[in-house]
Design a protein around this ligand. Structure first.
Ligand code: NAI
Ligand code: MG
Length: 368
């Protein structure tokens, strides 16, 4: 059995609390002989600043470069409001994204049946929903040049943002989408505006060419991004993997997250380039922040962090089977009525971080 190299960066606030539950699951996977790990831990965010004067050390970045998967809790908090801008806790996260070239942001929208009533949509539209939006993260209109506001002779102003995409950027994100689809529902929908944007036309052509060159086993559809937005709230279950650019992906992933209910439930992944051995750099983290209002109380919802581990198992650690079992364990725990404060309502069992984590662990142990 190959040993997988995992780096845990628990971070600040509730980060260490939710990471604690992930450690228990990793320990179980190892004790059952399902995978073998080499686990390392380091600091990121405010805690790293307190220890080293920087939001992430060079040594921690080197470990992240070498890891099969990095799991990150959360960074930030009011304690570090006054620190110099370049050392803010977020700077640790930004440096990781930049140094590891994490160009693909994966935001799943998973709706656990037990929580389908907290969705913004009707239960039957979202019950069992499981889609992933793959957003291009390092190119497009947020970075393209020229980007400026200039003064016009008539006293008015003129603002320009530029959407730029090159073939290699579209090709590599398309490959990520096709490869994800293969361990999921085997379908990719690519979204752009080829009818009004040259970059949309190139996007469409490159995704089509990439599909022909080795991914024809995956079903590919193209949809205009505005139409896709409409379909996402009309019938979201029709999708499996959606791949789109930075701007459309920003908007569509926020829409998709509201289909599922609570912030404490949402995992994410950021994937980077393949190295010489074909290994893809990868960072997995919950969408939520460090929740300073509840930190240290043992009440944080660990499910987004645990679901982030499930994504790592599926996309970086070669065990989609264990990922599915972990997702089933989360689902079963919710079906048992366990709720942390953020998702609790009358009639359910209110539990803390550890009780929730251990309930998932127990279900997971019975499934593997
Ligand atoms: P937040 O996500 O930390 O919290 C928003 C609200 O949701 C709070 O009421 C919090 O208690 C609740 N919440 C969040 N996660 C929860 C969980 N797992 N279980 C139960 N309740 C949960 O966002 P906020 O308050 O805007 O930011 C707090 C700090 O986190 C700031 O310093 C911010 O910069 C940082 N942050 C870090 C992120 C990251 O590490 N990727 C992302 C977002 C914010
Ligand atoms: Mg956004």
């Amino acid at each position: 059995m190959t040993t997988k190299n995992i780096l845990l960066l628990a971070g600040d606030g509730i980060g260490p609390e939710v990471m604690g539950e992930v450690k228990k699951i990793l320990a179980l996977i190892e004790s059952k002989g399902l995978l073998s790990f080499q686990i390392d831990e380091d600091l990121v965010g405010g805690c790293a600043y307190d220890a080293h004067g920087v939001a992430i050390s060079d040594a921690a970045v080197d470990k992240a470069q070498a890891a099969d998967a990095v799991l990150l809790g959360a960074v930030g908090g009011p304690k570090w409001d006054g620190v110099p801008y370049e050392h803010r806790p977020e700077a640790g996260l930004l440096r990781l994204r930049k140094d590891l070239e994490l160009f693909a942001n994966l935001r799943p929208a998973i709706c656990y049946p037990a929580l389908a009533d907290s969705s913004a949509l009707k239960r039957e539209l979202v019950d069992g929903l499981d889609i992933v939006i793959v957003r291009e993260l390092t190119g497009g209109v947020y970075f393209g040049e020229p980007k400026e506001i200039t003064d016009l002779p008539n006293g008015q102003k003129r603002a320009v943002d530029t959407q730029v995409y090159e073939t290699y950027e579209i090709e590599r994100i398309a490959k990520v989408a096709f490869e994800l689809a293969r361990v999921r529902g085997n379908r990719v929908t690519s979204a752009e505006k080829r009818n009004v944007m040259k970059s949309g036309l190139l996007w469409n052509q490159v995704v089509t060419a990439t599909h022909k060159a080795g991914y024809e086993d995956v079903k590919l559809d193209h949809m205009l991004a505005d139409a896709l937005g409409m379909q996402l709230v009309r019938a979201p279950k029709q999708f499996d993997v959606i791949v789109t650019d930075n701007l459309f992906g920003d908007i569509l992933s926020d829409v998709a997250s509201m289909l599922t209910g609570s912030l404490g439930m949402l995992p994410s992944a950021s994937l980077g380039a393949e190295d010489a051995s074909g290994r893809r750099k990868a960072l997995y983290e919950p969408v939520h922040g460090s929740a300073p209002d509840i930190a240290g109380k043992g009440v944080a919802n660990p499910l987004a962090m645990i679901a982030s581990l499930a994504m790592a198992l599926k996309y970086s650690l070669g065990r989609p089977d264990l990922a599915d079992q972990l997702d089933q364990a989360i689902s079963a725990t919710l079906a048992d009525g366990y709720r942390t404060g953020d998702i609790w309502s009358d009639g359910f069992k209110k539990v803390g971080t550890a009780e929730m984590g251990e309930a998932v662990l127990k279900h997971f142990e019975s499934l593997v």
